[in-house]
Ligand binder design. Structure first.
Ligand code: NI
Length: 390
């Protein structure tokens, strides 16, 4: 029997369409937070608090309040994209769109709050509605609020149209990449394009550095390990016959282990120094920490797997199509507690794959209920096990 009453089903669909229609960018999720807060306040026993400005954490009391606490996290922010889906509830905020499905994530998390309020888990469950995932700052801000200090395990998921509604990818180990950015400022000495001997050319140094950086992955990483170095920003010069003073380049690093992540950073520093020496310029490297890799915990993944089997059937669990080199700030929680992140199928039967962050992206509405059921069940199973293992 479905755990969703007709009333709850309607409530969640209405909520999701509202969130989709009025998307808000990272750290500006004010209407979104107000609406979600109102949804949580409907639950008589929920203890609701605002965190990280536009985030919320609601504590849903368990049967025994001394049992270790489990958290369920959904992110709530949208992207700076002009929607082009033709949905009847398409975005009415110009240039802003729920193109990553966080409208669904927020809604299935509210769904989980209802299910847990109706039928409490062994211990308390924290319902986490996290802002600012897209800019990689929300999870840290929620953690800094202290609201998750007593959480012992956390679960979350992401919609994915690679998989049909009712399918879930759930497995231990690496699940999303670490994402860091780097910048290199190269300073030489400008001069006339016709007399390069009088100058120290930062452009040729930048070219050599770009070439060398692209060999880090192919020549220093184990081919069976995954890493990416992409230079997405290059800036130098202003005229064909002028050697400029400086050049600037910036890029993104992706890795699925902390060892590889450290290796990429070390290599960038080393190669920038070597190139600077070779071309008699200076190269200043700035590395900016992004989010760590997602490493799903073995035990948490077992609980999530059991939840998928119980709610959606044994056939529901499908293998990951390919290791995701994208980032996800859920990884920040996993630095503080074990947990499991899932990819939750969002494609209607017969539907096409549409990538996230596309102006055409949408998730089938059935995904709300699959996600809420699985996350609730994972929370219950974990809570029960943590209670028994005390
Ligand atoms: Ni996303």
């Amino acid at each position: 029997m479905s755990p969703f009453s007709d009333e709850l089903t309607q409530r969640l669909i209405t909520l999701r369409r509202y969130l989709h229609r009025y998307p808000e960018l990272s750290e500006q999720e004010e209407q979104t937070a107000n609406r979600l807060e109102a949804e949580l306040n409907v639950l008589e026993n929920a203890e609701v608090q605002r965190v990280a400005e536009t985030g919320l954490v609601a504590r849903i009391p368990g049967r025994d309040r001394t049992t270790p606490v489990v958290a369920i996290r959904g992110d709530i922010d949208a992207l700076p994209i002009q929607e082009d889906t033709g949905l009847s509830y398409a975005s009415e905020n110009p240039g802003v769109m729920h193109a990553c499905g966080h409208d669904i994530h927020a809604t299935w998390t509210i769904g989980a709050a209802h299910l847990l309020a109706n039928e409490p888990a062994a211990g308390d469950v924290l319902i986490v509605l996290q802002p600012a995932e897209e800019v990689g700052r929300g999870a840290r801000a929620v953690l800094e609020s202290g609201a998750l200090d007593d959480a012992a395990m956390i679960f979350g998921g992401h919609v994915d149209r690679r998989y049909e509604v009712g399918q879930v990818v759930v497995q231990p180990g690496p699940f999303a990449a670490a994402t860091d950015t780097f910048e290199v400022q190269i300073n030489g000495h400008g001069g006339h394009g016709a007399r390069p001997q009088e100058a120290r050319d930062p452009i040729i140094a930048a070219a050599a550095l770009i070439n060398s950086l692209h060999h880090i992955v192919s020549r220093t990483l184990d081919p069976a390990d995954a890493g990416v170095v992409t230079i997405g920003h290059l800036n130098a010069g202003s005229a064909p016959n002028v050697i400029p003073d400086s050049a600037f380049l910036a890029g993104t690093l992706r890795a699925i282990s902390t060892e590889t992540r450290d290796r990429l950073c070390d290599e960038i520093n080393k190669r920038a120094d070597a190139v600077a020496k070779m071309y008699d310029v200076s190269a200043h490297v700035e590395l900016k920490d992004g989010t760590p890799p997602i490493l799903n915990d073995e035990t948490a993944a077992q609980f999530a797997r059991a939840a998928c089997e119980a709610e959606l059937g044994a056939d529901a669990i499908v293998p990951l199509h390919a290791l995701n080199m994208g980032g996800e700030d859920f990884a920040c929680y996993l630095e503080h507690m074990p947990g499991c992140f899932m990819r939750i199928g969002a494609r209607e039967p017969g539907g096409q794959f549409i990538p996230g962050h596309s102006p055409h992206f949408y998730a089938d509405e059935g995904t709300i209920f699959a996600g809420a059921a699985v996350l609730t069940s994972a929370g219950r199973i974990a809570s029960e096990a943590l209670s028994n293992n005390r």
